[in-house]
Design a protein around this ligand. Structure first.
Ligand SMILES: C[S@@+](CC[C@H](N)C(=O)[O-])C[C@H]1O[C@@H](n2cnc3c(N)ncnc32)[C@H](O)[C@@H]1O
Length: 246
């Protein structure tokens, strides 16, 4: 775990939180990714104990509440995000923790039917420890689902000469995130690193999704310099992985 990085990222998320209010949340897995309503990876969450890692403004937890989940729990690094989630879920029974995902803030072990993370897991400064934590929170046979930006997507740029690799795929580790006006440090992992870390932690991989969903409505809503049409049509935007605790 890198405390300096976590401090920088917490400060950044505390400021930018309103810009991301409800922006990446279930039933959406990510920009231009197929939705849960089509994929049905969670199947029936009614009566289930659910934990959201990097719950942000709480919109995915609200989706779980609307679908009958029995218990809602969430954690997030950012104080602003946890405050927003508390407000959004004020009428629901929910337990929220302001904590980095790299640390266990005292969550029950072998307790949850489902743990998930929507566009948050890739922020971790310690993937192995974070996956170990998730594994401990789950009941045997429990499900872990996460989505994150596809590792190819951030390495490719659309230019006048076509799509170009602007960074080696082999390179992993921290890098400065330039897109905000506030410093933030992101992590880069390869697809194989996610897969092998899950397997080494003891998970069985059930499904991996790399498809994109493109239609005019989404192009009008989400098209920008980063998510531009030629890039989205050629490169997966999002990686979604479903696994089970053995
Ligand atoms: C794109 S938002 C997630 C949106 C959210 N999953 C939803 O459903 O609305 C990414 C979140 O990851 C959180 N985050 C970043 N680094 C983190 C860390 N190390 N531990 C826990 N949360 C982290 C940020 O504070 C932010 O709320």
């Amino acid at each position: 775990m890198n405390n300096d990085t976590l401090l920088i990222n917490k400060k950044s998320w505390d400021v930018v939180a309103p810009r991301f209010y409800g922006r990446t949340a279930l039933p959406e897995y990510g920009p231009f990714a197929p939705e849960e309503t089509k994929l049905n990876l969670f199947e029936n969450v009614s009566g289930k104990k659910i934990l959201d890692i990097g719950c942000g403004s709480g919109h995915s937890l609200k989706y779980m509440n609307d679908n009958g989940a029995a218990e809602l729990w969430g954690l997030d690094l950012s104080h602003s995000q946890i405050s927003a989630a508390k407000e959004l879920l004020k009428d629901a029974k929910v337990q929220l923790f302001q904590s980095p995902m790299e640390l266990d803030p005292g969550l029950p072990h072998a307790y949850f039917d489902v743990v998930y993370s929507i566009f948050a897991l890739g922020w971790t400064t310690n993937l192995e420890q974070t996956l170990k934590n998730v594994y401990q929170y789950l009941k045997p046979g429990g499900t872990f689902i996460f989505s994150w930006e596809h590792p190819l997507f951030s390495r490719i740029q659309n230019t006048e000469d076509g799509l170009l690799f602007n960074k080696s795929y082999h390179e992993e580790g921290p890098y400065d995130h330039q897109a905000w006006n506030h410093p933030a440090i992101m992590q880069q992992y390869k697809v194989s690193t996610y897969i092998n870390s899950l397997v080494d932690t003891g998970f069985k991989i059930v499904k991996m999704v790399e498809d994109v969903r493109i239609n005019e409505e989404l192009i009008n809503r989400d098209h920008n310099r980063w998510y531009n049409r030629p890039k989205v049509e050629s490169v997966p935007t999002t990686i979604i992985i479903k696994c089970e605790k053995l």
